[in-house]
Design a protein around this ligand. Structure first.
Ligand code: A2P
Length: 294
């Protein structure tokens, strides 16, 4: 059951929309389409958006779905073909809407168009959520690490708003490595809002929200913490900064979502600490998913 609460982090600024943007349409025209309810541009390369959620759609926080737009006409059939990509759902399972966080690739087949969506537009959604970044794929532990780069933060935006995260763990460490400080803003604001939002405080509890440790780093622009998280872990600096023991298989669990090279490097590190990779069918100590890239 979805709690009868207003979704937090409602995105009200519609920076890319015309001042008199069309009102939200009540019902989608085509099957499998949903209506955009909010759009926010974070940098020239990143934006997030919210849309209606099919009443029957259930998912586990951390999963992804296929979403997209109608593509070009297929010359063989004479019909337009849907252009779909996998996107992590950034909203939690209880939210009455769906939220997504996306890169803008100027020549990307989907995101070159998706970045122009406005409130009231329709988006295709295949409501069949799947994925490995779910609590069911991990065995019990004391501390969970969420490792993200770039838009890989999205599934953690969902899991950080999911009550089970706080029921399952005493400590939640979220690391986010981006090129520039501006690319950290979506995540930084979300975490800041979590701790201040009355509804989230009521849903999750202040004590639980205090379990979050946020460790943002940048690699190509000056910020309070510079460097790739992988290097900061190898040198031990990340553990010293956080005041925690290095990762060990008895107490620590991890979820990883970023670019391919990052995922492989973190996998290697986690295996080095003695953690085993889990899956829905065989829960273990860490899980990995590739962030969407157009
Ligand atoms: P860097 O700037 O040193 O490449 P991208 O925008 O290319 O997806 O990268 C997002 C962030 O992930 C960047 O800060 C990038 O650092 C970092 N990154 C890329 N590859 C790795 C890796 N193998 N290990 C750790 N961080 C990585």
């Amino acid at each position: 059951m979805l709690p009868a609460v207003k979704p937090m982090n409602e995105i009200t600024k519609v920076t890319d929309a015309a001042p008199n943007a069309a009102p939200v349409k009540a019902a989608p025209k085509l099957p499998d389409t949903q209506t955009v309810t909010a759009v926010k541009h974070w940098t020239d390369k990143l934006f997030s958006f919210r849309m209606t959620r099919p009443a029957t759609m259930r998912f586990r926080s951390g999963e992804f779905v296929m979403i997209g737009l109608m593509g070009d006409v297929n010359p063989k059939t004479g019909k337009p073909k849907p252009l779909l990509r996998a996107y992590s759902i950034a909203s939690p399972s209880w939210d009455e809407e769906l939220e997504f966080y996306s890169i803008k690739v100027q020549d990307g087949p989907l995101t070159s168009r998706l970045q122009h969506i406005q409130v009231g537009d329709e988006i295709i959604l295949r409501p069949k959520p799947v994925g490995t970044l779910v609590h069911d794929a991990l065995i019990p532990g004391k501390r969970i690490w969420f490792f993200a780069t770039g838009t890989g933060f999205a599934p953690f935006a969902s899991l950080l708003r999911e009550p089970q995260t706080y029921e399952d763990y005493d400590e939640i460490i979220i690391t986010h490595t981006c090129r520039t400080a501006g690319e950290l803003t979506y995540g930084a604001e979300l975490i800041e809002n979590l701790k201040q939002d009355e509804m989230m405080l009521e849903l999750l509890g202040e004590e639980n929200l205090n379990k979050i440790r946020y460790y943002p780093t940048t690699t190509r622009e000056e910020s309070p913490k510079m460097g790739r998280i992988t290097n900061l872990m190898r040198s031990g600096e990340a553990f010293t900064d956080l005041g925690v023991d290095p990762i060990n298989p008895d107490s620590d669990r991890a979820m990883v979502c970023g670019n391919l090279a990052f995922n492989l490097e973190i996998k290697d590190l986690l295996e080095g600490y003695g953690l085993e990779e889990g899956a829905n069918s065989k829960p273990a100590q860490y899980v990995v998913e590739k962030a969407f890239l157009d």
